[in-house]
Design a binder for this molecule. Sequence first.
Ligand code: HPA
Ligand code: MG
Length: 200
Amino acid sequence: MFCVPKHYEDVLDYIMLPAGIINDRVERLARDIFDDFGSQPIIALCVLKGGYKFFTDLIDKLQTLNRNSEKSLPISIDFIRLKSYMNEQSTGQVQILGGDNLKNLSGKNVLIVEDIIDTGNTMRKLLSTLQQYKPNTVKVTSLFVKRTPKSSGYKPDYIGFSIPDKFVVGYALDYNEYFRDLSHVCVINEAGKERFAASI
Ligand code: HPA
Ligand code: MG
């Protein structure tokens, strides 16, 4: 009943969240964040690639609030990618790729914008790695949090949706780099997993 690209028609099981519902939820998250933060400048840190749709929509909505409100929340933006160390378990650190000089985070209020929290291990490591740059505060928003037995128990400050333990794609979330060009968040079927399997 919804429009999906022809190239994905046969490989989707079902639509979990249509784009419009995501849009409405992001609008509300933006308002919660806007209301909670004071008027101190924030640095919004997008975790690429999966976070880019959520990030741009969230920042757009924060800008709209800024235009239409007495309060103002100055926002600067930055983009990072994360790479886990080979011995990630032992170090508890992640390598942060890209981004401006992270020393700029010193004394600032940082909002990390992530697409999905699964086990929570990556986010825990990112938070611990960022501490060395001495930010004033760090808050995390994740559009999705998976209800999975593998969860470390980590919970972000702002959650879009709590979702069942399924592999989801769309709205910039990918399966081996496919499905980022799908506007709804969907569950892929077995044929999709096979067709877009990683080539070894
Ligand atoms: N989809 C895409 N990327 C992910 C997921 C998911 O369900 N979980 C962790 N990374
Ligand atoms: Mg992510």
